[in-house]
Design a protein around this ligand. Structure first.
Ligand code: ZN
Length: 342
């Protein structure tokens, strides 16, 4: 094993910030709360679930859908009905939140998660992500399409029905705004693409956890969370809209493999926040944008949360108590076949 990564800061090239590594502190005594994710029995249909086929929602009811299913969020955070600002000036600025928000159910089966999807179902999910990116990104009131999944109660998901969300508004989300700048600056400085340079470093290193024809998954050298995983495209692309049909299919399989390796780590459904980082759809040139997917699991042990506290919330910089190389080795060592599969 390599020596522990201690008293070291690593530069995060996408976010252009330092991450502090203190892997000697990962095993410190913990007497606070523990959070073992419960493996409770979930029914395939829940009559109280707002996402199950045929059930009532706040507005209307779901059709009896049989595959992947997308609809407009009943309480969207952006709206075409956003009123003009009533207050604000050049200092306390304000603007309407225009756009929309959608929900995508991966499956009609309430009990499934991404790991349970067939190859065709995985492809259908990514195909819909790409289609919604194109359709929503074309709207004049939408500057950015953020697709994300909150999985598990530890990241605040109230409903286990397998689904993700699509936020499409006039706000370019903060990390994407930073990656627009970091990608552009890297290209101006080196003449190379930031995403391709990170790919080259990770592909050569010991932190790869999975790979297929079009995608590479790794715990990056600059990981902010213990089991953080990036899914990087092998070809330079800036958005889901750039992907070919085979690339969309292989991305679906890669998302499933990452989620499967997570679950196999402790034979428990691993909670995470997954986000698709793609270029804004604001009409500007984003050819240097480093498209990728990010997985942020909040657990650093089966029963121990990574709490964001003084350094992170109070100070604004991340501390990682582990060594990305060691964490990648753990995720690489487990099977790519889910433990619940016969
Ligand atoms: Zn449901």
């Amino acid at each position: 094993m390599p020596p522990p990564v201690v008293w070291q800061q690593r530069w995060h090239p996408f976010r252009e910030e330092w991450v502090l590594f203190t892997s000697h502190r990962g095993g410190r005594p913990w007497i606070g709360d523990t959070h073992k994710p419960a493996e409770q029995a979930v029914p395939s249909y829940d009559p109280t679930c707002a996402l199950c086929p045929g059930n009532a929602r706040l507005k209307g009811a779901n059709p009896r859908y049989t595959g992947v299913f997308g609809f407009t969020n009943d309480l969207p955070c952006f709206s075409t009905d956003a009123p003009p600002p009533e207050t604000g000036d050049d200092f306390y600025r304000t603007r309407p939140a225009t756009g929309t928000a959608e929900v995508i159910c991966y499956s009609p089966d309430h009990a499934k998660t991404f790991v349970d999807l067939t190859d065709d179902e995985c492809r259908a999910v990514v195909d819909l992500w790409a289609a919604r990116t194109v359709a929503l990104g074309a709207r004049p009131d939408v500057d950015h399409v953020l697709i994300f999944e909150n999985k598990g109660s530890l990241v605040g998901t109230s409903n286990p029905h397998p689904h993700c969300q699509v936020y499409a508004g006039n706000l370019v989300y903060g990390f994407t705004a930073r990656e627009v700048e970091s990608g552009r600056r890297h290209f101006e400085r080196t003449g190379r693409l930031l995403g391709q340079d990170v790919l080259a470093r990770e592909a050569a290193g010991p932190r790869v956890i999975a790979e297929n024809a079009d995608w590479l998954a790794c715990v990056p050298w600059f990981a902010r969370y213990a089991y953080e995983v990036l899914v990087l495209p092998k070809r330079a692309v800036s958005s889901l809209a750039d992907l070919t049909p085979p690339e969309r299919a292989s991305l679906g399989l890669m998302v499933r493999e990452v989620a499967t390796r997570y679950d196999n780590l402790w034979r428990l459904p691993m909670p995470y926040v997954m986000a698709v980082h793609q270029a804004p759809s604001d009409g500007k040139d984003h050819s240097s944008y480093p498209f990728h997917l990010e997985f942020h699991p909040p657990l650093r042990k089966p029963d121990t949360m990574k709490y964001l506290a003084g350094p992170e919330i109070g100070g604004g910089s991340m501390t990682n108590e582990s060594d990305p190389e060691a964490k990648a080795a753990e995720l690489r060592a487990v099977s790519s076949v889910h433990y619940r599969r016969p």
